[in-house]
Write a new protein. Sequence first.
Length: 562
Amino acid sequence: MDYTEGTSITVANGTINYPYDIFTNGTGNHIIVQEPTALKYYKMDIYGTTIINLNPPLESTAVTSPSISGDLTKLYVVYRKGTENKIRTKYSTDGGVSWSYILPDLNTSSAPSSIECVFSKGNLHINYLVGTSVYHSYYKTNEVPPSWTIPFKVSEAYTASNPRIGVWNVGSANKVYITYNTTGNYLRWRGLNVTTGGWSPWGWYISSGVGNPVTNIGFAADDIFLYSFYMADTELRLTYITISNGDGVGTWTSLLNTYIEKMFSTTTANYKPYTAAWSTETNFLNKIVRIGVEHTPPPAPIPSKVFDVIYENPSLTPVNIVKLSAAGNDVHVVWRDNLSNNNLRYKYYDDVPIPPQNLTVTKSANNHPLLSWINPNPDAHTSNTYKIYRKNGCLGYWEPNPIAQITVLSYEDVSQSYCTAIPPAQCENLCNFEYKVKTVDLGSKESPYSDIVSVWLVGGPPQKSGVDNPDVVTVFEYSLGQNYPNPFNPTTTISYSLKSANEVRLKVYDMLGVEVASLVNENQEAGEYSIEFNASNLTSGIYFYTLTSGNFMATKKLILLK
């Protein structure tokens, strides 16, 4: 993976350990930096060019534990000011141009520390330490009026330290997880189901035995697993659990030798977790390294480690904290080191963009099919290119090249027309046309196809493929389409194509790899197929469907939301 370096941010000289944080959304990279007598805010684009250096700063006095999060349009910054017994929150709804306080403040029994925030599905979650107890509260932004929940003591009677917080919001799920250290060299976790309001009982705990300290330093999540990172002596280790049932399923006893105080993680829209740390491992000596986790697709998801270098420089000294943020499938990284007057350095990784969402087709004022969609990628849509593809229903195949490349979020296919006769059956050559769209990002990387939309249009004279019309040849490829609609309740349609005749199996599995439905199990000829899946007998959740035919196998995810 290649990370592109942007412009550094000039910050106050002095110790490089003053906290900083980054959150990225559609309006840019939003960075906060704690300095000795101020909390400063910077806004950058994806290339690392500073757009805003807020003056005056967010706070013109000393603060503790600043943290930033938000959603596609809103920003939230939490921190403790001075020695106050409360957590202050500032928010912005205009991309960081102006800021206001959320009132009332979140009051605490004494001065809080180790403050962290995450934003998920309309709730701003805050995790913090008061003395030796871990607390959690969240601000319900979608309620009228918005309000804080009563702080909950997560650690109960345990003596706690090093708390960390994260979310898991795959599909309809809305869960928060908190890990922390307890005395006796233990690491514990608890989870909150925000939808039901219930906290889980104690989950797994980790102990390396007396005399071998365990330090909780962070965790990450993807669509199946929760990954807990911890230090045992000077060695970085990881335990992963299946989120659906909370069972500990494995531990890597040796992950990476490192010099680090905390690890920060982010998860992209395609559910790839990214974590970064300073490394003293022989293969990555004195480099900032991404520690990735990838797993095989269900029904047998087995995690594996992935390492690559984010930054290296012979003059680099140990970096305590590396912060990451994801927007779409792209990852943005900041850290502060001993180079360039201790400036805050920035790099980003450009992954494949997210497909266009909510593709629809309607009749234009001129009686042509009008496509429209939503761009979920963080770049402004005018910077993206969209490729439009069409399947001519009269000819029976997808046209090999895009019919258009545009930079706006709609397209009118003026070469095709709706039937104006009543009833439509009176129209000659009425055929079912289909459309799909791709996004091409600023790095020229193409997204997968969007969902497919279909519409009956007046096409050209029908033609046959093969020997009757040698100019038109239908060539099929192996493919497995994304089910539509998705999420669904309780039926959805799965489409696929076969390159050649063979035995075909299409099966559905739950997150544990247990088969819950067999949709196809027979020999089929080459061609395009679709089948309806009725999940009325299943519970809400994430499922996977797998198509196998000969040497071809593909798996996709579907979400049942009742």
